[in-house]
Design a protein around this ligand. Structure first.
Ligand code: FAD
Length: 281
């Protein structure tokens, strides 16, 4: 963990672009509330299938207009080179200089159609087209990406993104801090020494968390899963237990030198704000 301790801490909050007027109004309240915590930046996801692309930029511009830093995500899996070029131009002409570059996941049933297969190709493309104009974040997987052939392959593939020009990374969420510490040690051994900020998923609803975790390969440790299952429909107990577990995880990560935290807020302010206050940030 030595390499991570030298970086200033960066705190950030992630949203997805809302699809309805009600969702937009709700998100506005959320970012206003979370903005009071003065994060380094907000980030807004980008649907690889194309459904939320305009919403990503719109949401980023709305947040930026209020004086906050906001970074759009950009995924390459279903886009042509020309699409990506145009999207990058849109970001740049709107003054955006910070992006999260990803491969993306296709909605089920959609065939792979883009020109880039992996995120490192997108990072290389951004650098070739725009030099150092953008700060580029990429994704990291302390429990390894579910499609990777082996853990070692996944690490090498992570390094390809760094070698292509990424500046920093945000991890998939996890509830096992040792996975993160081990991943950082492995990165150090490969000579990767840029900030790798842990992604944090507050626990609000068990069924939703189980679904996400199955899809993205994040493990819910057995003791946490059993406990959450046991609460059944008792949302208050799920949230109370989840707050204890996630606050302790964040505290452990920060004490051991993690260079900040990136919260997957799911467009809700309450759980993230409570964890933030409990950490005394
Ligand atoms: P990659 O780094 O390309 O890796 C994908 C897989 O390919 C891995 O298994 C890797 O080992 C393998 N691989 C990489 N390069 C090679 C190679 N050259 N040869 C063989 N195998 C290779 N998804 C969205 O659609 N929109 C978002 O906005 C979004 N935001 C995210 C934000 C964060 C912080 C994180 C952690 C994930 C996000 N995702 C998002 C999900 C992400 O797109 C998926 O996890 C996706 O499956 C992988 O994306 P990646 O950029 O990590 O891909």
């Amino acid at each position: 963990m030595q390499s991570q301790k030298k970086f200033p801490r960066t705190f950030s909050f992630e949203f997805f672009p809302p699809k309805t007027p009600e969702g937009r109004a709700k998100l506005r309240e959320t970012w206003k509330q979370l903005g009071q915590l003065r994060p380094r930046f907000f980030s807004v996801t980008f649907g690889a299938g194309g459904s939320t692309r305009e919403g990503t930029l719109e949401t980023v511009l709305e947040i930026r207009a209020a004086g906050h830093e906001a970074a759009p995500h950009l995924s390459c899996i279903a886009s042509s080179r020309e699409d990506l070029k145009a999207q990058l131009e849109r970001y740049r002409s709107n003054g955006i200089r910070h992006i999260v570059a990803l491969r993306g996941d296709l909605p089920s049933g959609v065939a792979m159609s883009g020109e880039f297969r992996y995120a490192h190709e997108l990072v290389a493309f951004i650098r070739a087209e725009h030099g150092d104009q953008f700060h580029i974040e990429v994704a990291a997987y302390p429990e390894y990406h579910p499609q990777a052939r082996t853990a070692q392959d996944d690490l090498r593939n992570f390094k390809r993104k760094i070698d292509a020009g990424a500046n920093s990374a945000i991890t998939q969420y996890f509830y096992n801090a040792d996975a993160y510490y081990h991943f950082i040690d492995e990165c150090e051994a490969m000579g990767v020494t840029l900030p790798i900020v842990p992604g944090i998923m507050p626990i609000g609803r068990f069924a939703q968390l189980a679904r996400f975790s199955d899809a993205c390969g994040a493990e819910i440790p057995r003791w946490i899963r059993r406990k959450l299952e046991g609460f059944g429909d008792d949302t208050a107990s799920i949230r109370a237990f989840g707050l204890d577990v996630v606050t302790r995880l964040c505290d452990d990560l920060l004490r051991n030198g993690a260079p900040g935290l990136h919260f997957y807020t799911l467009n809700q302010a309450e759980l993230t704000t409570t964890i933030w206050r409990r950490l005394g940030l």
